[in-house]
Design a protein around this ligand. Structure first.
Ligand SMILES: *Cc1c(COP(=O)(O)O)cnc(C)c1O
Length: 407
């Protein structure tokens, strides 16, 4: 859905609860209606044919009543409109998942003959895999941010970065990278920072991708993806979405719109806790290295001296599970789970060590989380620096973790 650029800009917290809901009072309702229709009646098939032609040629969201749920849904359109507003983008197009959203972006570019992608590691494991496997007929060149300009070819259709990146929380300078891209569109996966902490369009990114499954939904109960971009690119994405069918379910659209209303509050509260946990972990002798981004956020990653699998097995309050961005805290071992699909050598060069754990900090009390983490870290064995009775157990931990990494 296109946003109304003539509206006076309002603060993010205000947009979060009002964007996408502007017409509700006129409709005489307070909560957004949930429209589950798959099809819509029309007694004028000439007019409907003209509207279908219009969509096929322009990709503009058809005016008037919807036609078919793969083309258009009013509940999902509310979420799209709100997310575009939060990201400061002209439009947004929602998909069934973050991976469906990335797929559509790649198909838009490769259908124009622009099959080459320049990307910076690390990326989310499945994004890395989708590019590296060339499943969609794309070819990828992996570079450091400084190598982007040199890697661009005449057939380069996209530059892709994630910042902070999953799972190491490595950051790239979006403005510098956008400059290096020249006329090639820059896609920034903004799943970790969310528009609360970072709005990549303001720094020159043309395409902003979200796994809406994470912070936008925020409660671990809805899967979705969304691309915020200019209306010109959104039109191409809608056409690909219609052709390939990776649409967001309207109930998911409803839940995502509801999730957006608390996004600023959730992200700020969880980030404050995450920053405090990062400080404590950095001072803990059982922890080798802490990764916490300058932009902040609710994700913390850390390398342990002991057995990372024992930490996962040792948590009681924190849930040992993949995914992130929920109201409750989750922890996982990227080399085993989220980045398992990335070849071991590529994981290593991306800085994903076998000792790395990634924690998604939720809204629990800081002291309760710290107590749980401390208990789990103790279960992983003492720091190697101890050099005493504990070291044998620590070595056992290393061997176990190498085995589980496929060595
Ligand atoms: C989870 C994730 C994705 C993929 O999203 P799905 O909704 O699981 O398809 C993409 N990028 C990042 C950074 C993610 O964390």
């Amino acid at each position: 859905m296109k946003t109304d650029a003539s509206t006076t800009p309002r603060a993010l917290a205000t947009e979060a609860v009002h964007a996408g809901r502007e017409d509700l009072a006129a409709l005489g309702v307070h909560a957004p209606p949930l429209d589950l229709s798959t099809t819509y009646p029309s007694y004028d098939s000439r007019a409907e044919a003209a509207r279908i032609d219009e969509f096929a040629t322009t990709g503009a969201q058809p005016d008037g009543p919807p036609i078919y749920a793969r083309l258009d849904n009013p509940t999902t359109a509310r979420f799209e409109s709100a997310l575009a507003r939060l990201e400061g983008a002209g439009s947004a197009v929602a998909f069934a998942s973050g991976m469906a959203a990335l797929t559509a972006v790649l198909l838009v570019r490769s259908s124009m003959g622009l099959r080459h992608v320049v990307a910076v590691r690390p990326l989310y494991g499945c994004s890395d895999h989708l590019l590296n496997a060339g499943l969609l007929g794309t070819e990828v060149t992996w570079v450091d941010p400084a190598g982007i300009a040199d890697a661009i070819r005449p057939d380069t259709g996209l530059v892709m970065v994630e910042t902070p990146a999953n799972p190491t929380l490595a950051e790239v300078d979006i403005r510098a990278v956008a400059q290096a891209c020249g006329s090639v569109p820059l896609l920034v996966d903004n799943t970790f920072a969310t528009p609360v902490l970072q709005r990549p369009v303001e720094h020159g990114a043309r395409i902003v991708l979200h796994s809406a499954t994470k912070y936008l939904g925020g409660h671990g109960d809805v899967m979705g993806g969304v691309v915020a971009c200019d209306e010109e690119f959104a039109r191409l994405l809608r056409q690909v979405r219609f052709a390939t069918g990776g649409v967001l379910h309207p109930l998911a659209g409803y839940l995502l719109l509801r999730g957006l209303s608390t996004l600023p509050v959730r992200v700020r509260a969880a980030s404050a806790t995450a920053a405090e946990l990062a400080r404590r972990l950095a001072a803990d002798p059982r922890v080798a290295k802490v990764h916490y981004p300058k932009v902040g956020g609710a994700m913390v990653a850390f390398d342990v001296h002991g057995d990372p699998h024992a930490v996962i097995a040792g948590v009681r309050l924190i849930t040992p599970a993949v995914s992130l961005g929920s109201v409750d805290s989750l922890i996982q071992h990227p080399a085993s789970i989220s980045h398992r699909i990335v070849a071991e050598g590529d994981r290593r060069t991306a800085g994903v060590s076998d000792r790395l754990l990634r924690m998604s900090v939720g809204l629990e009390d800081t002291e309760d989380l710290w107590r749980d983490l401390c208990g789990a870290l103790s279960a992983a064995g003492p720091a190697e620096v101890a050099g005493s009775a504990g070291s044998a157990r620590t070595e056992g931990g290393i061997v176990r973790s190498l085995h589980s990494a496929g060595l």
